[in-house]
Design a protein. Sequence first.
Length: 51
Amino acid sequence: MHAQASAHTTTTTERGSFALARCSCGWTGPARRSRDRARTDATEHSRTNQD
C-alpha cells in the first residue's frame, strides 16, 4: 500500500511592496506587486501539483 502524499499548502506573504506565494513543498513564486496575482500563482501551483 502506498503512503498518501502530503497536500500542497500554499500561502502568500508580503515583503515590502511585493507579495510572494509560498508552498509547504518549498516552492516560492515570483515577487509580485499584485497580491491577487500572487494568490493566482499559489492556486495554479496547487492545481498543477496535485497527487
